[in-house]
Design a protein around this ligand. Structure first.
Ligand SMILES: O=P(O)(O)OC[C@H]1O[C@](O)(CO)[C@@H](O)[C@@H]1O
Length: 529
């Protein structure tokens, strides 16, 4: 069946109350699945067994497309590239154009390990002695993955301090550099293309800063890039350049060289465990039946909520403070991958692809935007996640509260509060019309969807599994929508225009620009004068 005809049929299956559906034990069991250390529950959604069956039918192409991806076929057809970030954490041979890519992957990983060990044990030294600080300069996928994962795995962090500079705003570099000694700092320039203006601007500033204390600053630089010629031009010795192929997309790149700062922070063994956790999720994605397959189920509820129910956003709500950067990481992963408007064939998509993804860790979000989640007009499907145990056994009472809050939020979204219940709560304080008015403000519509992912503890393996789960979710949604999840042409126009505006900010004639831009630029230049 055509996907969009299926979506039309599914629209006729909406509207059932979640609380009623939860009375069906068989349906609940279909909407709860396990893989490795994860249990994923999507029974608190309005998905019925019938709707799930139809969604699974619409996912019929997923196994063949998935196999094509893992086999190294060029499924990124607008850039004519294979999509093989899974090879970075894989063990099996993968041929691209008849040549196995795995020996190259292993060699780079071995070089990364050796370098990371050298930095960690002081064999690699700065002008002023052992490296105390590492600054990763990169943006987008060359920043979000290692920054997010380094924070997530803080309990494993026993290497030098790690800092992440991404924004071209000089404030980012300046605030980071404040506490650093250039003589004991290693700068890692992370850029697949080595052309990204933000990264190169920050890298040149860092090199200038380093030169104050290190006569040959390039000796305290490393690069993570596919463009070795450009890294050499920049002055970085090839022995400290870690390359990767065009079949690794930026937002999928934390598993290889882009993860070097993470590896230096937590050590090669913990990094291996991170890769192993992702590989286990890959194996699950490749072998579990679609109806028991976590990434597939996560994707099907995504399609159900966005394309079928028409909810325009989804919230990522980790009840884990160390996953504070996960929503931002998943924003790039999901929105850069599936924020598209045409099919693989270039035809306009008949419906939306890719919701707005946002979020914050619980419990902080509860005291900020949960008001809208509970009582706003538009439902926001919430993706909760929480560990059974925290990393601070001595603070387990905090963790018990964290779990209670996480479960309480999904329960509150589900149950809501009726007008009669609201009235009963305040009946001793108000009466008559005022009671009705006050009660109306205390009504929660309820019947709001959420999913919950639980795991024993946030370890390197579990983090790897969570990221791979979401990567494959994006893939499944992309296949079902018939789009290319692996290009990002939408970021190009802004980059081109920024280049053209550069000279105008220097004062060149702006008359070719639109009236709004001219007026804004004119005022900015006045204030700069
Ligand atoms: O690693 P690079 O080439 O500097 O690119 C950084 C980021 O820029 C983008 O190409 C576009 O924003 C992302 O996909 C990528 O992660």
């Amino acid at each position: 069946m055509n996907f969009w005809n299926g979506i039309d049929r599914l629209r006729g299956m909406t509207g059932q109350r979640i609380t009623d559906l939860l009375g069906d034990a068989e349906r609940n069991a279909s909407l709860r699945a396990q893989a490795g250390p994860f249990l994923f529950d999507l029974s608190k959604t309005s998905l019925t067994q019938e709707a799930l069956d139809l969604l699974l039918e619409l996912a019929a192409d997923v196994p063949s497309r998935r196999n094509a991806m893992f086999a190294g076929q060029r499924i990124n057809t607008t850039e004519d590239r294979a999509v093989l970030h899974t090879a970075l954490r894989g063990t099996e041979p993968v041929p691209v154009d008849g040549e196995d890519v795995m020996p190259g992957v292993r060699e780079t990983l071995d070089r990364m390990r050796a370098f990371a060990e050298d930095v960690r044990d002081g064999t690699f030294r700065g002008k002023g002695g052992a490296i105390t600080d590492v600054v990763n300069i990169g943006i987008g996928g060359s920043d979000l993955g290692p920054a997010m994962a380094t924070l997530a795995l803080a309990p494993w962090h026993d290497g030098p301090r790690c800092h992440f500079v991404s924004n071209v705003d000089g404030a980012d570099w300046a605030e980071t550099a404040k506490g650093l000694d250039p003589a004991t700092t290693l700068v890692i320039v992370a850029s697949k293309t080595f052309t990204t203006i933000e990264t190169l601007t920050n890298a040149r500033t860092a090199r200038h800063w380093m030169a104050q204390a290190v006569p040959d600053p390039g000796t305290q630089f490393a690069a993570l890039s596919s463009a070795e010629d450009k890294t050499t031009d920049f002055g970085i010795d090839p022995t400290r350049v870690f390359g990767f192929e065009d079949w690794v997309g930026g937002r999928y790149s934390v598993w290889g060289p882009i993860g070097l700062s993470l590896m230096i922070a937590v050590g090669p063994d913990a990094f291996d465990a991170f890769l192993r956790g992702a590989r286990e999720m890959d194996d699950h994605f490749r072998t579990a039946p679609l109806a028991r397959n976590l990434p597939v189920l996560l994707a099907l509820q995504g399609i159900w909520h966005n394309q079928v129910c028409g909810y325009p956003t989804r919230a990522i709500l980790p009840y884990d403070n160390r996953l504070a950067r996960l929503p931002a990481y998943l924003q790039q992963l999901e929105m850069e991958s599936n924020g598209k408007a045409v099919t693989l064939a270039g035809d306009p998509l008949p419906g939306p692809a890719g919701p707005v993804v946002w979020g914050e860790p619980g419990t902080n979000g509860q005291h900020a935007f949960y008001q809208l989640i509970h009582q706003g007009k538009t439902p926001v499907p919430c993706e909760f996640m929480v560990a059974a145990r925290g990393q601070e056994p001595e603070l387990d009472h905090h963790h018990r509260l964290l779990i209670a809050n996480c479960l309480a939020q999904s329960e509150a979204l589900l149950k809501g509060r009726s007008h009669a219940e609201a009235r009963a709560i305040i009946a001793d304080r108000f009466s008559g019309e005022e009671l009705e008015r006050q009660a109306a403000h205390r009504v929660f519509p309820g019947d709001r969807p959420s999913t919950t992912l639980i795991y024993p503890a946030l370890t390197p393996e579990v983090l790897g599994g969570i990221l791979a789960l979401y990567e494959h979710r994006v893939f499944v949604e992309g296949v079902m929508l018939g789009i290319n999840s692996f290009d990002q042409w939408g970021v190009e126009l802004g980059k081109e225009l920024a280049t053209s505006l550069g000279p105008l900010v220097e004062g060149e004639d702006a008359s070719a620009k639109d009236a709004s831009t001219q007026a804004l630029l004119g005022q900015l230049l006045d204030w700069r004068a």
